[in-house]
Design a protein around this ligand. Structure first.
Ligand code: SF4
Length: 171
């Protein structure tokens, strides 16, 4: 059986981001993986009932998704609303879907307080960012799922090829 990839819905062209927009990832691997039935698409935040559009939110005080999972940090809207519970639920929904569908990998858009895996924003809503995972990315990693950011898609292509699966770059 081919290895499946959990993928951020906004990367697949769904207009589900907080600002009501998508951020489609254009790469030949995406079309191939789609044809192979390898992609499992989810917007974790929408799965937890969040609206589109919705207020921007960031993990507070320079903390990370791991801190949120540990109960030592919150996810806050720009208006000051505490949306931590929704973001935890979003992460749990994503993990449940990954397990149900047998995803070994995840390809998630960077920077999001849910899906970010290379960097996230620092909670000041000033555009300042720092290394760290969003809440969903952190929970998936905890569960042993290999998480790649959109900037790392070539690494995921190589990883899948190295694992003996069918898609190789340029094929
Ligand atoms: Fe995209 Fe993830 Fe944010 Fe949904 S939760 S809009 S999939 S980054």
């Amino acid at each position: 059986m081919i290895s499946k990839i959990l993928v951020s819905a906004c990367l697949m062209g769904h207009a589900v981001r907080y600002d009501g927009r998508a951020k489609p990832l254009l790469h030949p691997a995406i079309d191939r993986w789609r044809e192979e039935g390898r992609l499992v698409t989810i917007c974790p935040e929408m799965s937890a009932g969040m609206a589109v559009p919705r207020p921007p939110a960031e993990i507070s005080d320079g903390a990370t998704g791991e801190d949120v999972l540990a109960g030592t940090a919150q996810v806050m809207e720009i208006s000051g609303g505490d949306v931590t519970d929704g973001f935890r639920q979003a992460a749990e929904n994503a993990l449940a879907l990954a397990k149900e569908t047998g995803c070994r990998y995840a390809l998630l858009i960077d920077g999001s307080p849910s899906c970010g895996s290379g960097f996230i924003y620092d909670g000041t809503f000033s555009g300042s960012r720092h290394p760290g995972d969003g809440v969903t990315a952190a929970l998936l990693k905890r569960a042993g799922i290999e998480v790649y950011s959109d900037r790392e898609i070539d690494q995921l292509v190589e990883r899948i090829a190295a694992a003996g699966d069918v898609f190789k770059r340029g094929s």
